[in-house]
Design a protein around this ligand. Structure first.
Ligand SMILES: [Zn+2]
Length: 149
């Protein structure tokens, strides 16, 4: 770590492990200035990082449109309904599972699309993956449409 002398401003390269956390008296080799040096506590850095994360999370929450939350709620309701139905009749209906799965997939894709710009920062090319997902999902949708007709 680099420690500057508070008097003559000369910078000294000091092994960080030589400075205890509670601080140490140092003396400048140039101007003989003596001063008490204390390392910047790591807690402060962690606090700053936490602040940034909190701010980003808040921003993302603000960007979620009401319609997305509605769709997620509907999907959750549908899953609960189907689950209780399955438990009651004790028979696993593959079709209802698929319906729930598709609704959940739609919700996830809409959610991913909403966060597209945020996720893009962390995962480059995410929007390309998303558009591929759209396409394959559309294929599945068309397949079921054909099946029903
Ligand atoms: Zn000095």
């Amino acid at each position: 770590m680099i420690i500057p002398c508070p008097s003559c401003k000369k910078k000294f390269e000091v092994e960080a492990s030589l400075i205890p956390n509670e601080g140490k008296m140092l003396q400048c080799g140039f101007c003989s200035e003596k001063w008490f040096f204390k390392k910047e506590p790591k807690k402060k850095v962690i606090k700053e990082v936490k602040k940034i994360i909190d701010k980003t999370t808040e921003k993302i929450h603000k960007n979620v449109p009401d319609s997305t939350e509605k769709i997620i709620n509907e999907a959750e309701k549908a899953i609960t309904k189907k689950n209780s139905k399955i438990n009651n009749t004790n028979s696993v209906n593959i079709l209802s599972f698929l319906v729930v799965f598709i609704i959940s997939a739609i919700a996830i894709i809409i959610l991913a699309d909403t966060f597209k710009n945020s996720i893009k920062i962390f995962i480059p090319g995410f929007d390309i993956v998303l558009s591929n997902l759209y396409e394959s999902f559309n294929d599945v949708f068309l397949f079921f449409k054909d099946l029903l007709n």
